[in-house]
Write a protein that binds this ligand. Structure first.
Ligand code: SF4
Ligand code: SF4
Length: 149
C-alpha cells in the first residue's frame, strides 16, 4: 500500500521556508527557461547568464548570499510565481517525500503547509508528482549526495 493511500493534506502558507536557508538546487528545464525568460522580458542567453548556474550538466537557479533563491523578494514571496520551475510547482509532492510517511512528516517540520488544509487524493498526488522530469531525478541524486556529505 502506498504511503499516501489515504491522501495527504497540504495548503501553502506562503511562508517562504522552501525558498530560503541552506544552499540547494532549483533545477531549470528548457521549458522552465523559456517561460521564465519570456516572463522577465529577457532573451534566453540573458536569463541563463544572469539567473542560472551549471551544476555538472544541469542548470540550477543562482542563489543570494546565504542560500535564498534569487527570485525571492524581501517579503519572502516568489517574484516569478506564475512561471516558477516545475520543481517548485510540484513541491511537496516529490517522490522522495512520498516514499514514506516518515519522509513526509520529517519534511513537514520545515513546511508548515504539510498536513494542513485540503486533502489531496492519491490520484491527484500522482498527477502532481508525475510532473517529474529527468532533471528532478538528478535533483534526488544530488540530495542524496548532500545528505551523505
Ligand atoms: S515551506 Fe511549505 S508552506 Fe512554506 S512556502 Fe514552501 S510550500 Fe509553502
Ligand atoms: S523560483 Fe520561486 S518558488 Fe522556486 S525556489 Fe525560487 S522563490 Fe521559491
Amino acid at each position: 500500500m502506498s504511503a499516501y493511500a489515504d491522501g495527504l493534506r497540504f495548503e501553502c502558507t506562503q511562508c517562504g521556508n522552501c525558498c530560503t536557508g541552506a544552499p540547494g538546487y532549483v533545477w531549470v528545464s528548457p521549458p522552465d527557461t523559456h517561460a521564465i525568460a519570456d516572463h522577465l522580458g529577457l532573451s534566453i542567453v540573458e536569463f541563463l547568464s544572469r539567473y542560472t548556474r551549471l551544476v555538472s550538466t544541469v542548470l540550477s537557479l543562482v542563489e543570494k548570499p546565504g542560500g535564498d533563491c534569487v527570485f525571492l523578494d524581501e517579503d519572502r514571496r516568489c517574484t516569478i510565481q506564475a512561471v516558477k520551475p516545475r520543481q517548485c510547482l510540484s513541491y511537496p509532492f516529490w517522490p522522495r517525500l512520498l516514499a514514506s510517511r516518515e519522509a513526509w512528516n520529517e519534511e513537514a517540520v520545515h513546511c508548515p503547509g504539510m498536513n494542513e488544509g485540503p486533502l489531496y487524493r492519491p490520484e491527484e498526488i500522482d498527477r502532481i508528482a508525475n510532473r517529474e522530469t529527468p532533471r528532478e531525478g538528478v535533483c534526488r541524486v544530488f540530495q542524496k549526495v548532500r545528505a551523505r556529505s
